[in-house]
Design a protein around this ligand. Structure first.
Ligand code: CTP
Length: 399
């Protein structure tokens, strides 16, 4: 997978820089074309000579070479690479990338890059746990970067905890996995519904729910990263649009149904992750309702069940995946929905699991298939859960 790939390895200042020699060697052995970039302070931890010998190319550190006027072109480097990996990524380099600071060659290359960028953080455990670092890592992911999680073990300080740079072999596995899955859904059309719907009561009020849309957006992003043509029919969220995903805004259940109905014919895979309001006010008042009486009765009518309605005409070459968010009798309710909505798979979230469901960055799911299989997953970040879901769809339906 790595053979012939152009990879920029960025080494920043951390004691883990000594492991970058092994990492570069592994990439070269697998046939990658490696260009190493170092921050000035990283040269205190490992010599450029070591890394240039292993990568078979001079290491680049400065914009300008030896005051000759010759310079390292960050734009060309950013366009040349198939992949960039910060290994090790120090807390400082992570913070600079988050904020777009651009005072050296590596940050200029990062800002110019068109390819995927991976970060393998390395720092002491308290620095790693610090809310600033954790929020920076999240922000990098929001920008579409990939984080290779730090590992647990003894740190340079002698303390034991999380913060060690992932072992070079593990970083290589991450990169291999990325390249092997890159185009796996190429040619497939995917529809995702996500977010909460809003059902208007009057021009200023509505009925809705707590869904943030994070799970559906992460699934859309993951499919797009694997080469699918993705349409995200989105209810109300404040999330940024994932890269290479077409978004159709659909604030109400009826608008969401129409947006899906218009394109479902050509769709190969559909994941219904939206939290659709089951009922809407029978009439939307044209004017703001005044509080004239001590009590008020709102008459509601049932909304269209998008998944069930589209499921009735599902074609044999289409895969439909639904969600079930349950508070009790979870498995039984989820299995009923799997049948009644004609899903191929259902993803169960239980609100009884801490960290699962709405308003968290994490989720804990079980996937049940029509063929009677059940897979239980650990509590993970929604991005990792999205990867589990997409990988399961791949294994169960396309391999
Ligand atoms: N769904 C849908 N349209 C609706 C309601 C739900 O497409 N009007 C989809 C959801 O996106 C999800 C699945 O159906 O994939 C199950 O949704 P859920 O809210 O758990 O179930 P409901 O069918 O609404 O049943 P209940 O609220 O009674 O549990």
């Amino acid at each position: 997978m790595i053979q012939g790939k152009k990879i920029i390895v960025i080494v920043t200042a951390s004691i883990a820089a000594y492991k970058s020699a092994l990492f570069v060697r592994l990439l070269i052995k697998q046939g990658a074309d490696v260009q190493v970039l170092m921050s000035e302070s990283a040269t205190e931890f490992i010599t450029p000579l070591t890394l240039s010998t292993l990568s078979k190319k001079p290491v680049l550190i400065d914009f300008v070479k030896d005051k000759t006027g010759e310079w390292n072109n960050h734009v060309d480097l950013g366009l040349w690479a198939d992949l960039i990996v910060f290994a090790p990524a120090s807390a400082n380099s992570i913070a600079k990338c988050v904020h777009g600071l651009c005072d050296n060659l590596i940050s200029a290359v990062y800002l110019s890059a068109k390819c995927p960028v991976f970060f393998a953080p390395a720092m002491d455990l308290d620095m790693y746990k610090h809310p600033s670092t954790q929020s920076n890592l999240k922000q990098l992911q929001i920008y579409g970067n990939h984080i290779i999680p730090s590992e647990f073990g003894e740190l340079a300080s002698g303390l034991i905890g999380e913060g060690r740079m992932a072992e070079p072999e593990h970083i290589v596995e991450f990169i291999e996995k990325y390249f092997s899955s890159k185009n796996i859904f190429s040619g497939k059309k995917v529809l995702i519904t996500a977010g909460a719907t809003q059902e208007a009561i009057d021009p200023v009020r509505f009925i809705s729910n707590h869904s943030t849309g994070k799970m559906g957006y992460a699934i859309a992003e993951n499919f797009a990263q694997k080469g699918a043509e993705v349409t995200l029919v989105s209810g109300i969220t404040s999330l940024p649009i994932p890269q290479n995903v077409k978004v159709v805004k659909a604030p109400s259940a009826q608008e969401m149904f129409e947006a899906c109905h218009n394109i479902i014919e050509d769709i190969d895979i559909c994941v219904f992750s939206a939290a659709v309001a089951d009922y809407r006010p029978k009439e939307m008042a044209k004017e703001k309702i005044k509080k004239n009486s001590p009590e008020m009765v709102l008459e509601l009518v049932k909304n269209v069940d998008i998944a069930a309605t589209l499921g009735k005409n599902k074609k044999s070459n289409q895969t439909f995946v639904g969600f079930a968010l349950e508070t009790n009798n979870e498995t039984e309710n989820a299995l009923k929905k799997l049948e009644s909505k004609n899903f191929d798979m259902i993803i169960l979230n239980s609100l009884q699991d801490a960290g699962a469901g709405f308003a968290h960055d994490t989720n804990k799911i079980s996937i049940m298939t029509r063929a009677g299989k059940r897979i239980d997953f650990e509590l993970k970040s929604k991005k990792d859960v999205a990867d589990d879901i997409v990988q399961t769809i791949l294994q169960e339906k396309f391999q």
